[in-house]
Design a protein around this ligand. Structure first.
Ligand SMILES: Cc1cc2nc3c(=O)[nH]c(=O)nc-3n(C[C@H](O)[C@H](O)[C@H](O)COP(=O)(O)O)c2cc1C
Ligand code: SF4
Length: 504
């Protein structure tokens, strides 16, 4: 496989001076010399699509921000560095190697959309990345590189929903990571002073807020939220042009993508590949292929899209090709399952992850999701009773009804893919022919060390009310709104678990 290095640097960049000595910063210099709309047009022409999972065209998003900006209050650029998708470790890899080009991308974005503030949304537990970004910001301020744009790091919670863009904005504003109805171009973040309780008390309520809208005469600016990898692509697009960006990749998915490969492979790792590279090649070059004497049964691209069966392994890793086979690129994290893995246990693991992480604002998602996960866990552990199986199918069909965010659709897509594409696995459990197995551990990656992924083993003890109490209180996270500011909740220290595949 041809190696490319556009956003995942080979060596660690230790200082802003070192970055600039390697021609870093030229994109920002070029950006500051042109009209902001030229930047928006260049991004549109490049065809760059967001690498946070949805693949939304970045230039189009920037244009929407400009159209909805306020004349009175500045827009904020929020860098989404929450990275909680199981099987994904690419944003942290990018930031560890080089936080400067991500910051440069954010400064270019700020210039394009007229923002006066950049907030990096990281997690408190990402101590290495928090330290690197803070140090980069301090250098940028000390040298004047950031101009008059205010820089901030927000250290958020470990919850999966914190990475959902509107939940991220809610958390920055001092509330729980619960998705909003209003998208970021209608409602951004409040000022730092207000967020810290200064100018406007009543921080726990999201009621009576203004919405941004075309026209500009409003005190409610939108927020531009872009993923870490998305922004890491921006400096070179501005420096070298849209046509350069399109020299690799496909028409609809130009450029490269930073992929993570974990699960039943010889090793685990992160690397940058050209968009359109066949999935099999990605798995072989990053993960070394299947283990000795084993063969790949399926690949799970994170927990947002359906499982990919082995006979589709030659599908190109591009948005259009992955969608065409009823799956998706997601955030480029591929969890490989070999012939020793029970896919009903995998479905049970994904379902437990999404059921527990659901916030409970929508009943079918939380209550229905927990029912699915319970029934799948029972199914993988013992012979299923037909009534329970039928009830699970009904819950899967309804789980995304009236869903406020995409998490519920993810639940439906992943479980449905196992039901439809691997009916023999379900049938083996229903007839009692498959051995009883516990759910596969599906949780956030904490690290990839020496070719081995470290999964957040603490998740096994997480309750659906988002506590780590011995017993589930029966409350939903949404029932806990009265319990003060989200940041006051305590964090349970991580328990590190090294796994080569499912350890359970
Ligand atoms: C449940 C859920 C979790 C998400 N977690 C992340 C995340 O950790 N990081 C991220 O960049 N995007 C995440 N997203 C996607 C964001 O909502 C949003 O699409 C993204 O930050 C936009 O940036 P992009 O256009 O650069 O991809 C998540 C979405 C959902 C529904
Ligand atoms: S769909 Fe699920 S996770 Fe999303 S807001 Fe509703 S309950 Fe919360």
């Amino acid at each position: 496989m041809r190696k490319v290095r556009r956003v995942l640097f080979a060596s660690t960049i230790g200082s802003l001076e070192e970055y600039q000595a390697k021609r870093g910063g030229e994109g920002l210099v070029a950006a500051r010399q042109v009209d902001p709309m030229v930047l928006v047009e260049t991004l549109e022409a490049s065809g760059l699509r967001g690498r946070g999972g949805a693949g939304f065209p970045t230039g189009r998003k920037w244009r929407t921000m400009v159209e909805n900006r306020s004349d009175r209050v500045g827009t904020t650029v929020v860098v989404n560095g929450a990275e909680g998708e199981p099987g994904t470790f690419k944003d942290r890899s990018i930031l560890r190697k080089n936080p400067y080009h991500v910051l440069e991308g954010a400064l270019i974005a700020a210039h394009a959309v007229g923002a006066d503030r950049i907030i990096f949304g990281l997690k408190r537990s990402f101590t290495i990345e928090v330290a690197r970004v803070r140090a980069a910001m301090a250098e940028a301020e000390a040298t004047g590189w950031s101009g008059d744009v205010a820089l901030e790091v927000f250290e958020g919670p470990d919850e999966y929903l914190y990475g959902e863009e509107t939940a991220l904005l809610e958390t920055i504003d001092g509330r729980f990571p619960f998705p909003r109805v209003a998208p970021p171009f209608r409602r951004g973040v409040r000022s730092a002073a207000e967020r810290h309780g200064g100018a406007r008390p009543g921080v726990t309520s999201a009621a009576n807020v203004q919405m941004a809208g075309p026209g500009g005469e409003t005190d409610a600016p939108p927020a531009l939220i872009d993923n870490v990898e998305t922004l890491a692509n921006v400096p070179r697009i501005i420096q070298r042009g849209a046509a350069w960006f399109r020299t690799v990749g496909t028409e609809e998915s130009p450029g490269t993508i930073v992929c993570t490969v974990t699960g039943s492979t010889r090793k685990h790792g992160v690397a940058e590949v050209i968009m359109g590279t066949p999935l099999r090649e990605v798995i072989e070059s990053i993960g070394g292929g299947a283990k000795e004497g084993r063969h790949i049964k399926a690949v799970m691209p994170g927990v947002a899209n359906g499982l990919i069966p082995a006979d589709l392994l030659d599908t190109p890793v591009s948005y259009e090709a992955m969608n065409a086979i009823g799956s998706g690129v997601g955030s480029g994290g591929f969890i490989v399952m070999d012939d020793t893995i029970d896919l009903v246990a995998v479905a049970a693991g994904v379902s437990r992850f999404l059921g527990v992480e659901s916030c409970g604002q929508c009943t079918p998602c939380k209550q229905g999701g927990l029912k699915i996960s319970g029934l799948l866990a029972d199914l993988s552990r013992s012979e299923a009773d037909e009534r329970a199986f039928a009830s699970m199918q009904a819950n899967v069909a309804e789980v995304s009804d009236s869903a406020r965010c995409y998490l519920a659709h993810q639940h439906e897509a992943v479980v449905q893919s196992v039901l439809e594409r691997f009916p023999e696995e379900m049938a083996a459990h229903r007839s009692g022919q498959a051995p009883a197995v516990p759910p596969y551990l599906v949780a956030e990656l904490i690290d990839i060390n020496g070719g081995l992924a470290v999964v957040d083993g603490r998740f096994r003890d997480k309750q659906p009310d988002w506590t780590f109490d011995e017993v589930f209180s029966g409350k939903l996270p949404a029932d806990r709104l009265g319990e003060g500011r989200y940041g006051d909740w305590t964090f349970k220290p991580r328990e590190w678990v090294s796994v080569t595949d499912s350890e359970d």
